[in-house]
Ligand binder design. Structure first.
Ligand code: FAD
Ligand code: NAP
Ligand code: SF4
Length: 675
């Protein structure tokens, strides 16, 4: 008897049966643009072998003007069709089903040639779109239908027509972007036409025995979006037009409410999909922040949807479904919703991968193979770099001993996990613990390792991490000065007025920690919705609460400072930095850039600006917290240099600048893959 009866139940679509209720949501990984079709095929085939019910590809442009950027992938000619056949054949051989997403970006296309319902520029694009005339609209619809027909020819089992997230079809649906007064604008009947026609024409072009998923924006989270009644009306119309499945889209890309970041509660939007259940005759898929089989099962058991869409969790672990089926859910590498290696890569023009799984999208290049020459390997430091190295080396058949001077594994992840909104890090540390046991890694905790301890080993991996940087500020030895280590370990008493020196990732996290009473809204959906101003679309158009965001007031008055003159938080994650800035702003945190730190005394922190140290200011503070970056802890690495063993230095011990868990895990995995 499975623990996940709803999740693992097959779904009969008439002409096709899905083996379970897991849909792999569309992700733009950048793989198709590499034109390395073997690599693309291996990415999808790994997920098909891992048991996913139905996969949706990254968005494929129906034409040049609809591509998310110039040169975006699509099925434009016979060669493209042949190339995609490599992918669909490999997926089918692996027992999977795959649908191609047809994505017309409309005004989100990063191109001066972008088109939309009206010439309304998006706040997240520099290009104003051209308003389409009748002929232009017909062309877009016919191109979408042609893309569906070509997808079928390329061996896909279906298409997903992207009608949410603020893309082309969504732009026609709402007055926010559709200012037209003709047949395609004005009344809701008119604004719905592009969505309905797209589905109708795709169905006609691709035939009856073909899956057509229509992804609808169920809560727009931008001004002048849809109401619940409109979403319902549209859902019924797209069903009539020939859709086989309705998928849920949450929020436009330009929405100022987080929808998938780690601070969003798990399954935070399942209630939105649930409102449609029983109101249409085709299966409905829910989405967003569903990252474990337990959460997915609960969502289905609660009647929120017929299927769940998970995208990033299947980057983190291709075998998600297979492990759930085998009763080994604790072995599933958890997606922590950080976006650091997936979406942040996409938006930086890099190929996606995953912070916890560097093999994602690198399946053909990063191979973890059994060794023919087992060695005795010591790994010093059980932070993410050392943990990944130890587990990967053991997986390959080496005899691994992992040391840490702390009495628990995790390294700095143990600080990340106490930050409100970063609760997912608990699961990551627990997963590492499970994997150490699974691979028989001998783990010795609670004693600093010296050179002598390492003599019996063939290879030594040093992952000793970092030490806080000494900023050398006059007065920093004063009693009111503490380090982030003292604060996050709970050892420091922090007063009501706080100055944080350093506005990097850790400075921001410490500010969140000090301005948020526990438990965090990430663990309380009602509280989180109040904080960000999200409500039911039946109560307010778009799901935007009329009273706006309402966070709990901060228990402290916090000032966050940096020396650089740039905007604080500018270097935080590309897709998440704005959330951290907005969250602290809501808590009244003052952010100050371009200062010199002159001295610290009992009154607080004295700062000035410019080389001449003008405009002096006292930041009154009961506590000054130093978050001034980190330097490598290399004492053991340096001492081992002449010992005649193979020493590999990784993670923060190797390079402290711009270190994060993504680099630490990637480096640890790769070093061990080559041992
Ligand atoms: P560490 O995690 O520092 O681990 C080093 C380990 O080595 C420690 O456990 C230490 O005890 C041990 N050690 C040192 N010397 C010895 C010795 N001689 N003998 C035995 N053991 C020894 N990164 C992200 O990617 N995303 C985030 O959201 C994020 N949030 C963060 C939030 C906070 C508050 C902090 C502090 C960090 C955050 N980071 C985040 C950064 C991330 O945690 C680090 O980049 C990562 O942990 C570095 O990994 P590491 O393995 O190199 O070193
Ligand atoms: P960081 O991001 O490099 O920031 C260090 C801060 O200290 C900067 O604001 C810097 O700004 C300041 N600083 C540097 N030298 C200083 C000096 N001598 N005197 C005074 N101020 C100084 O490092 P971090 O905040 O310690 O974070 C460590 C790593 O963990 C980072 O690489 C980060 O990516 C990672 N991390 C990531 C996340 C995440 O969410 N992805 C969260 C936390 C941490 P000025 O030089 O302008 O003053
Ligand atoms: Fe999930 Fe982060 Fe991996 Fe993206 S990089 S899949 S958000 S764990």
């Amino acid at each position: 008897m499975t623990e996940y009866p709803n999740l693992l139940a097959p779904l009969d679509l008439g002409h096709a049966t899905l083996r379970n209720r897991v849909l792999m949501g569309s992700m733009h990984t950048g793989l198709e643009e590499t034109k390395d079709w073997n690599r693309v095929a291996e990415f999808y085939a790994a997920r098909a072998r891992g048991g996913v019910g139905l996969m949706v590809t990254g968005g494929m442009a129906p034409n040049a003007e609809g591509g998310v950027f110039p040169g975006a992938a699509g099925l434009f000619n016979d060669q493209d069709i042949e190339n995609h056949r490599v992918v669909t054949d490999r997926v089918h051989e692996a027992g999977g089903l795959i649908a191609m997403q047809v994505l017309h970006a409309g005004r989100y296309a990063y191109s001066p040639d972008c088109v939309s319902a009206s010439a309304v520029k998006s706040p997240i694009s520099p290009f104003p779109p051209k308003e389409l005339d009748e002929e232009g609209i017909q062309k877009q619809l016919n191109d979408i239908a042609t893309a569906a027909a070509r997808a079928r020819k390329a061996g896909y089992d279906g298409v997903e027509i992207m009608g949410s997230e603020g893309y082309f079809i969504n732009q026609f649906l709402v007055r926010h972007t559709n200012k037209r007064t003709d047949y395609w604008g004005g009344s809701y009947e008119n604004r719905m036409r592009v969505a309905i026609e797209a589905v109708k024409r795709a169905r006609a072009a691709a035939g009856d025995d073909f899956i057509i998923i229509c992804r609808l924006s169920m809560i727009d989270l931008v001004p002048d979006g849809s109401t619940f009644d409109e979403v319902l009306q549209l859902a019924r119309e797209v069903e009539k037009a020939g859709a086989s499945i309705i998928n849920t889209g949450i929020g436009w890309h330009e929405a100022r409410i987080p929808t998938i970041a780690t601070s969003v509660p798990r399954a935070a939007f399942a209630w939105v999909t649930k409102k449609l259940m029983g109101k249409v005759g085709i299966p409905i898929v829910t989405s967003n922040r569903i990252n474990t089989p337990q959460v997915a099962e609960q969502v289905l058991a609660d009647g929120c949807a017929d299927m769940v869409s998970m995208a990033r969790p299947l980057l983190a672990d291709a075998d998600f479904v297979a492990k759930a089926e085998a009763g080994r859910a604790d072995r599933i590498a958890p997606c922590i919703a950080c976006n650091q290696a997936c979406l942040d890569h996409t938006f930086s023009g890099k190929i996606s991968t995953c912070l916890v799984n560097p093999r994602a999208c690198h399946e053909t290049e990063l191979l973890i193979e059994k060794t023919l020459d087992p060695k005795r390997v010591a790994v010093v430091g059980a932070g993410p770099a050392g943990l990944s190295a130890a587990i990967t080396a053991a997986q390959r058949g080496h005899d691994v001993t992992l040391f840490d001077k702390a009495d628990r594994i995790g390294g700095q992840l143990n600080m990340a996990r106490v930050i409100p909104g970063k609760e997912e890090f608990h699961g990551l540390v627990e997963w590492f613990e499970t994997m150490l046991a699974d691979h028989d890694v001998e783990t010795r905790l609670g004693r600093a390792v010296g050179e002598e301890d390492l003599k019996p080993f063939d290879d030594v991996v040093i992952a000793s991490g970092v030490l806080p940087r000494d900023p050398g500020i006059p007065g920093q030895d004063n009693e009111n000065v503490v380090s982030y280590l003292d604060v996050l370990s709970g050892q420091a008493q922090v007063g009501a007025r706080v100055a944080i020196v350093g506005a990097g990732g850790i400075g921001f996290d410490v500010a969140e920690y000090l301005t948020q009473e526990r438990p965090s809204p990430t663990e309380n959906l009602t509280e989180w919705m109040r904080e960000w101003g999200v409500t039911d679309t039946a109560e307010a158009r778009s799901g935007l609460a009329p009273e706006g965001p309402h966070p709990e007031p901060s228990p402290r008055q916090v000032t966050l400072l940096q020396r650089k003159a740039e905007r604080p938080g500018k270097r935080l994650g590309k897709t998440t930095g704005w959330i951290h800035r907005a969250a602290l702003k809501m808590k009244g945190v003052e952010m100050v850039s371009g200062v010199n730190y002159d001295r610290i005394d009992d009154q607080g922190l004295h700062v000035s600006t410019g080389e001449a140290r003008e405009n002096t200011r006292l930041i009154n503070a009961d506590t000054v917290v130093l978050c001034t970056g980190q330097v490598s802890e290399r004492s053991l690495a340096d001492a081992m240099a002449d010992h005649g063993v193979n020493v590999h230095v990784i993670g923060g011990a190797d390079v402290a600048a711009e270190l994060d868990a993504k680099r630490a895990i990637n480096q640890g995995t790769r070093v061990a893959a080559a041992l």
